[in-house]
Design a protein around this ligand. Structure first.
Ligand code: FES
Length: 106
């Protein structure tokens, strides 16, 4: 699905994210500063994004692990209502047009 990205500099771009793969992988492979250091194990927080409010209820709910990791990085970067770990967002065609902003680096 094609995702609309808002970069750390506010610039907008589009990214193709393969269905069946976590959004983090597409962001990491695009070399835009999303590291995904832990490989999607919900333990690094470097894949943090702000999901546009209109899309939040179309995503799977946060697991406890994701919630705890977000709280942990909340000391370092601002959390917003749309804060999610992109490694916990499996892509599908239902997410065509998803809008995400890349959160500040940790
Ligand atoms: Fe490490 Fe998502 S890639 S928490």
């Amino acid at each position: 699905a094609v995702v609309k990205l808002i970069g750390r500099d506010g610039g907008e771009s589009k990214l193709e994210a393969l269905s069946g793969c976590p959004l983090m992988e597409a962001l990491r492979d695009a070399n835009i500063g999303v590291e995904g250091t832990c490989g999607g194990a919900c333990s690094c927080g470097t894949c943090h994004v702000y999901v546009d409010a209109a899309w939040l209820d179309k995503l799977p709910p946060k697991t406890e692990d994701e919630q705890l990791m977000l709280e942990a990085i909340g000391d370092l970067v601002p959390l917003k209502p749309g804060s999610r770990l992109s490694c916990q967002i499996p892509m599908s065609e239902a997410l065509e047009g998803l809008v995400v902003e890349i959160a500040p680096a940790l």
